[in-house]
Design a protein around this ligand. Structure first.
Ligand SMILES: [Zn+2]
Length: 209
């Protein structure tokens, strides 16, 4: 006798009471609620897509501010120094440190930006009720795969430690890039919480076939 097992990808755990559900594709504008406590587990198209697009777009714009505006300014008497994020990550000029600078730049700016753009590419057409662009699924898969490697928050913790040390040496002012970066950390956290992965995959699957 053969037993059928539920598809692991389609299992959704209630974040509130831990009840396990087997997810199904929802009709448009519907919510799936926990059978026991009523917590919304995921919702269908409009909300899932609106969330992912709104947050990815916000994060992309903030990242542009991070790249093009000063991150912090140091003043000690006559001496004033402004630093961008790229100055910060390329501050290690000794040759032996170059791989580190490169790794920091990639994990702090390049990978998060790639993720935001990949999500925008995968889901923008769906927001306008159009068919997805080619390779939308691969694009979403790349965004998901990069998730553990985009480490903006960790950079922010490092910056905070450095700022505390620097503040005794010079007068410090934080530039727009600093605040944008802090905002990105929050937006990304919100995106990870709100992003309904099952609904988004189901959506691409549905439109694709
Ligand atoms: Zn529940």
């Amino acid at each position: 006798m053969t037993r059928t097992y539920p598809d692991l990808e389609a299992l959704v755990v209630c974040p509130k009471c831990d009840l396990l559900h087997e997810a199904e594709t929802l009709p448009a504008t519907a919510h799936a609620r926990c059978a026991r406590c009523g917590t919304v587990l995921f919702s269908s198209r409009p909300r899932a897509v609106v969330h992912v697009i709104a947050l990815s777009l916000t994060a992309t714009i903030l990242m542009a501010v991070v790249i093009f505006t000063p991150f912090l300014q140091l003043q000690n008497g006559q001496f004033v120094s402004r630093a961008s994020v790229f100055d910060t990550v390329t501050a290690f000029t000794e040759e032996i440190m170059l791989p580190l600078s490169f790794a920091v730049a990639v994990s702090v700016v390049v990978l998060p930006l790639t993720r935001f753009l990949a999500l925008l590419y995968a889901f923008s057409p769906l927001l306008l009720n159009r068919a997805p662009w080619p390779y939308a699924k691969q694009s979403f898969a790349i965004a998901e795969w990069l998730r553990p490697w985009a480490m903006a928050e960790i950079f922010m913790v490092g910056v905070a430690v450095a700022l505390v040390k620097l503040s005794s040496l010079a007068t410090l002012s934080l530039g727009p890039a600093f605040w944008s970066f802090a905002a990105i950390v929050l937006v990304v956290a919100l995106k990870e919480t709100l992003m309904s992965r099952f609904a988004l995959w189901a959506l691409l699957d549905k439109v694709d076939t």
